[in-house]
Write a protein that binds this ligand. Structure first.
Ligand code: NAG
Length: 560
């Protein structure tokens, strides 16, 4: 669990950054060892001006902000967008600051899905701000200044070391001068002015940047020591049709900030534009590509896959609602699918493949048997999988290495059940996440499947929402879940008895999703009591049960 008690150091840091007007005093005397703690305090308590002052003089080679959630901990709080803007501006200011040693700025993981906190900066806006700053840095910093700085800095190191002792003595004195009444909360007007200032500044710089924009599509491998005048900026990028041009310019420009991308997500972008971005990205570092709502067509995918082959660490490919427009009557399509398979084969490090709603019935063998390594994550919701597809998968080399498997919204029936059971038995020691939502699992099918589920000894999350099950079947599902010691969360379907009258006899998952639940709470409450009893009888009060499709994710604090 996350530590709830702040350290004494964190409390002091919070105090120091709380009053901006005193920053000229503390900045001159705080030793570099404390900068990190101060910066964290400035982010945590939204002190954009302090963020700017600290980053402008950042004393270390690397600075990491954000970061992914760690196992067993809640995600790190999202910095306020004013703090992020201040950080980015300060990185540019730092290029001219002799005390700034920054060479690697790591913002990976800061990118959040839209719908994060209202005041955090995420989604495409962070990418746009980042690209604007990369362009602005080129305008503001003539080349070469950084290298001279490097030399100067070396000679300064010794002087600085001499003075550290002095400064440490004086920080004790200065700490007393931070007055009691320097409050935490800034007056609203001041905050507002600052916000205006920052955004005005960014806007002006964006305009300036737009007028420049030299083109240069050269790839350099990241060798920080060989190119000391550059700061590497690592980030996850989220590109839409509207921001594409700015991102392309930022990746093309030859300035003091160089953009590296770990996770690239594009939305509603034609394949050719995605390929253009890929051709500009540094080859090292790209771990994942996530393409959403882009009508690729088979030809688009055939264009895209070869463009991915040069990225040696690419391990994840997600295609989310990317229409392939497959039709039986179009000649030459089989050939293009084979090209696609060959393209996948060239992704030597691929471990995660997510194909949502690609509708490729009967082609799983062709696609997956070409891969040179077994997959660890395979997500195939809405794929119209056929019995032959599942049969292939259950005997494929992927089966025994799968950690996550999502077969949601593929119809399961009696003939496919032996394949699914074989698949689960092969993956039983590796599988941690299994999704079978909306698979038309009836009471009878579930009964046949439960023994296989209970054998999944590593399973942590099991999702079976939107299946037409009775109350009794839900109860036996929960009993079975109790017998999987590793299981942390079960997303179960609302039983058929809980719906308002009129639900069709064999409801589809869409009907189960849309049909209103009964307003008579008596029966639903009785089920809850029964479920709790099953949990306590089995000593599994640690197992989370929910039927809440929308919010179950927030119940989990885990590594992704
Ligand atoms: C779901 O399964 C039932 C048999 O249990 C079948 O009658 C029905 O057609 C199936 N529904 C869909 C959408 O396939």
């Amino acid at each position: 669990m996350a530590a709830a008690v702040p350290s004494l150091l964190a409390l002091c840091a919070r105090r120091v950054v709380s009053d901006h007007s005193s920053s000229p005093r503390w900045l001159s005397c705080v030793p570099r060892e404390l900068y990190r703690e101060l910066l964290e305090a400035a982010f945590a308590h939204c002190r954009p001006l302090a963020v700017g002052e600290l980053v402008r003089r950042w004393p270390e080679r690397a600075l990491r902000v954000g970061g992914r959630r760690r196992a067993g901990q809640s995600p790190p709080p999202r910095p306020h967008r004013l703090c992020v803007q201040a950080l980015l501006l300060a990185v540019v200011r730092g290029l001219e600051n002799e005390r700034c040693a920054l060479q690697v700025l790591d913002l990976c993981g800061l990118q959040c899905e839209e719908g994060g906190m209202a005041d955090s900066m995420g989604g495409w806006s962070l990418t746009v701000a980042l690209c604007s700053i990369v362009l602005q840095a080129r305008v503001e910093s003539p080349k070469g200044t950084r290298r001279e700085k490097e030399r100067k800095r070396l000679s300064e190191v010794k002087r600085e070391q001499d003075s550290i002792f002095k400064r440490e003595r004086s920080i004790e004195k200065k700490a007393h001068t931070v007055t009691e009444n320097s409050g935490e909360v800034q007056p609203a007007t001041e905050q507002h002015e600052m916000e205006e200032d920052l955004s005005k500044g960014v806007r002006r710089k964006m305009e300036m940047a737009q007028e420049t924009g030299g083109m240069k599509g050269k790839h350099t491998l990241p060798e920080v020591d060989a190119v000391p005048e550059r700061v590497q900026v690592w980030a996850d990028l989220f590109v839409t049709a509207r921001s594409w041009e700015r991102v392309r310019m930022a990746l093309s420009v030859d300035g003091p900030l160089r953009l590296y991308c770990q996770q690239l997500r594009v939305e509603e972008l034609p394949a050719s534009k995605t390929v253009a971005l890929l051709s500009l990205l540094p080859r090292s570092g790209l771990l994942g590509l996530d393409i959403r709502y882009s009508s690729l067509g088979v030809s688009g995918l055939a264009l895209l896959l070869p463009a991915l082959a040069p990225f040696p660490s690419l391990s994840s490919l997600r295609l989310h609602y990317c229409n392939l427009d497959l039709r039986r009557d179009v000649p030459g399509q089989e050939g293009m699918l084979r090209d696609m398979a060959l393209g996948l084969k060239e992704l030597k490090n691929l471990r995660q493949l997510s194909l949502t709603a690609l509708r490729l019935p009967g082609h799983l063998r062709m696609l997956l048997s070409a891969l040179s390594q077994p997959l660890e994550v395979l997500e195939l919701p809405y794929l119209s999988l056929t019995p032959a597809d599942l049969s292939y998968l259950s005997c494929s080399p992927h089966a025994s290495s799968l950690r996550r498997l999502d077969l949601s919204e593929n119809r399961l029936e009696e003939v496919t059940l032996p394949s699914l059971r074989r698949l689960l038995s092969h993956s039983s020691s590796s599988l941690t996440h299994l999704s079978l939502c909306g698979c038309n699992l009836s009471d009878g099918l579930l009964g046949l499947l439960l023994p296989s589920l209970c054998d999944c000894r590593a399973l942590r999350v099991l999702r079976v929402a939107l299946n037409p099950l009775s109350r009794d079947a839900v109860l036996s599902l929960v009993s079975a879940a109790c017998r999987i010691p590793s299981l942390q969360l079960l997303l179960y379907p609302s039983p058929l008895e809980d719906y308002q009258p009129g639900l069709p006899p064999a409801p589809s998952s869409a009907q189960l999703l849309d049909w209103p639940l009964s307003e008579e709470l008596e029966g639903r409450d009785a089920l809850q009591v029964q479920l709790r009893t099953v949990l306590s009888e089995n000593g599994r009060s640690d197992l989370l049960l929910t039927s809440d499709l929308l919010n179950y994710n927030s119940l989990l604090h885990e590594e992704d």
